[in-house]
Design a protein around this ligand. Sequence first.
Ligand code: HEM
Length: 217
Amino acid sequence: MALRNRLLTSSIGRKGIMAVSGLLLSLFLLVHAAGNSTTFFGAEAFNSYAAHLHALNWLIPVFEMGLIAIFLLHIFFGIMLTLENYQARPSRYLAARSSGGRTPGSRTMIFTGMLILVFLAVHLKNFHFTDHSRRISVIVREILAQPLIGGFYLLAMAGLGLHISHGFWSLLQSLGLNHPKYNIFLYRAALTAALMVTMIFVLIAGLSMMWPEFLGG
Ligand code: HEM
């Protein structure tokens, strides 16, 4: 009980929760991007990947509940940390002057986070709460080929890219991977990973919009 209270009320505890939830969400994103990249090998490859996932049966709701809990923790503590950081600043003027060293990703975390949340609502409505009697390749293609939805996906992926460009780097720091000699390498590795994940999603949305034969047309 005391440990739980300390975790929730201390700033370090809250940062720890952000790091662990960020790590689990990053793993989910990497696996989701890797799985979705089967679309580049054609409709059959993608449908077969989706069929293997659905064969996991009872594990799916367990996984989904866990994912929702992790998302909620990440959002709640993310908002708390933002408010805390904001209140800790001496003044807006000084904060603006001392914000050197901060990146576009770190400055916009709360806004890109909100964009991702809206994206997730649209995304789940599009692909999760839909009629699954049709092949998933057809569903994905039909949805993303619509200019308004495809365009929104591209905008959301720009936000996601910014969010994880800082998130991946911040995660490495929280895991203790921090050494003046290697930091520039770690920073570039985090940026490259963020760019690669983002590009997979951007390519899927872009190809669905512009290439009629993508995913079997
Ligand atoms: C072009 C980009 C993307 C495509 C084509 C795509 C495709 C899919 C598909 C087909 C599903 C499975 C729905 C089902 O079978 O129930 C799914 C689920 C999901 N996707 Fe994506 N996705 C994309 C990007 C993203 C991104 C960027 C995120 C996170 C920021 C994300 C988060 C999720 C979540 C949380 C689920 C629900 C998992 C579950 O129900 O178990 N997706 N996506």
